[in-house]
Design a protein around this ligand. Structure first.
Ligand SMILES: [Zn+2]
Length: 153
């Protein structure tokens, strides 16, 4: 890391620890040339977050794609676009603060379902049916039944 005081190319890491919320690593550095001390923060950039779909399938996190899949679940439902936007932002924030560079798609799917459950029960079931890929109609009925209990309470 280049020294911000004298622009020397190398600095030594004196201390390295996570920030309080765990979303970043804070490093105390000292310039090898002028001896000045400065602090850097290292955090995961979401465009570098990898979504792990299966053993062999990985792809970069795509916020637009996430927003699209939620919007499809909410089609013709009384869910204002700004609520969808808000849900996507909240999921993005959870991903950022996780500090992980890889995230299973199943985990993101659960975050979406969690959010949709509070927004609209029909959108929730639609998303879940695509996401969970129900094999039997009976599985879906059982699931829909459990949603009825959840949203009724
Ligand atoms: Zn320096």
């Amino acid at each position: 890391m280049r020294c911000p005081f004298c622009a020397h190319d190398n600095s030594q890491v004196k201390d390295s620890r996570p920030t309080e919320d765990g979303s970043a690593i804070r490093r105390r550095r000292q310039c090898e040339d002028c001896g000045a001390r400065f602090t850097t923060f290292e955090r995961v950039q979401l465009r570098e977050l990898t979504v792990v779909k299966s053993e062999s399938r990985r792809e970069p996190f795509d916020r637009a794609k996430l927003e699209r899949s939620i919007a499809i679940a909410c089609r013709k439902r009384p869910v204002p676009p700004e609520r969808i936007e808000k849900l996507v932002s909240s999921i993005q924030r959870q991903l950022e603060t996780s500090g992980e560079s890889e995230m299973p798609s199943a985990r993101i799917g659960e975050m979406v379902m969690e959010g949709l459950k509070a927004l609209d029960p029909v959108a929730y079931i639609r998303f879940a049916s695509v996401y969970k890929d129900f094999r039997e109609a009976r599985d879906f009925e059982e699931f829909a039944g459990s949603v009825g209990e959840v949203s009724g309470g």
